[in-house]
Design a protein around this ligand. Structure first.
Ligand SMILES: Cc1cc2nc3c(=O)[nH]c(=O)nc-3n(C[C@H](O)[C@H](O)[C@H](O)COP(=O)(O)O)c2cc1C
Length: 193
């Protein structure tokens, strides 16, 4: 956690290995979620033409999207019928009962917020895994979700956030050696009682 940081400039000539990408896919698949609901999809985009389209929907993040090796798009399910069909097949009776009793009755907005919370957890999993594996990364909320959905041809899932992964440029000024970590003090954010 001391060494990982948000990369602002990638080396477009350096690629991740197929094995690294395969490991990250499996790590994301294994992400935890409440009642093991897994209301998500993770889309790995390495194809340059698609990255160019995503870059146009990524504001100031465009250069990162273009020069990184792969953009991982995190999407939460937005089709409740589809979600219910999925959990009816994959989850044990107790978990389906929990969903029916506590989540299904919520106002639609809160249910969708719950899907999104589960999906956001997986970003932390990916960023931590990248740190451990020595892979550079950039979490990006600066994207246009509707345009991402259209580019990826997604109807039942909504893009929330993306993570660029790859190899940083030597010129990246955000590296911890030039831009030291800035965080609130430990005793303000972590309590022991
Ligand atoms: C959910 C999320 C969204 C973020 N969106 C962006 C973004 O769109 N572009 C960007 O350059 N950095 C983005 N960041 C990076 C944060 O600004 C960064 O994590 C924070 O300043 C701490 O710095 P560090 O990651 O280098 O330790 C995002 C981070 C998170 C966790």
């Amino acid at each position: 956690m001391e060494e990982r940081y948000t990369v602002k400039k990638y080396n477009a000539n350096e690629k991740l290995s197929e094995e690294q990408i395969a490991d990250l896919k499996e790590i994301l698949r294994l992400s935890p979620s409440s009642i093991n609901s897994q209301p998500w999809k993770f889309t790995f985009v390495s194809d340059l033409d698609t990255k160019k389209q995503l870059a146009e929907a990524s504001f100031f993040n465009a250069p990162k999207v273009l020069d990184c090796d792969t953009v991982v798009v995190f999407s939460a399910i937005n089709n409740v019928d589809l979600f219910e069909k999925q959990i009816n097949v994959t989850l044990p009776e107790g978990s389906i009962g929990y969903y029916n009793d506590f989540l299904k009755p919520l106002p639609s907005q809160q249910l969708h917020a719950w899907f999104e919370k589960q999906t956001y957890l997986a970003i932390g999993v990916l960023l931590s895994a990248c740190a451990e594996m020595g892979i550079d990364s950039t979490p990006m909320e600066g994207i246009v979700p509707e345009q991402y959905n259209a580019i990826l041809g997604e109807d039942n899932y909504n893009s929330l956030v993306a993570v660029a992964i790859g190899v940083r440029s030597e010129e990246d000024r955000n590296h911890v050696s030039t831009t030291p970590k800035s965080r609130r003090p430990l005793d303000e954010v972590v309590m022991a009682v």
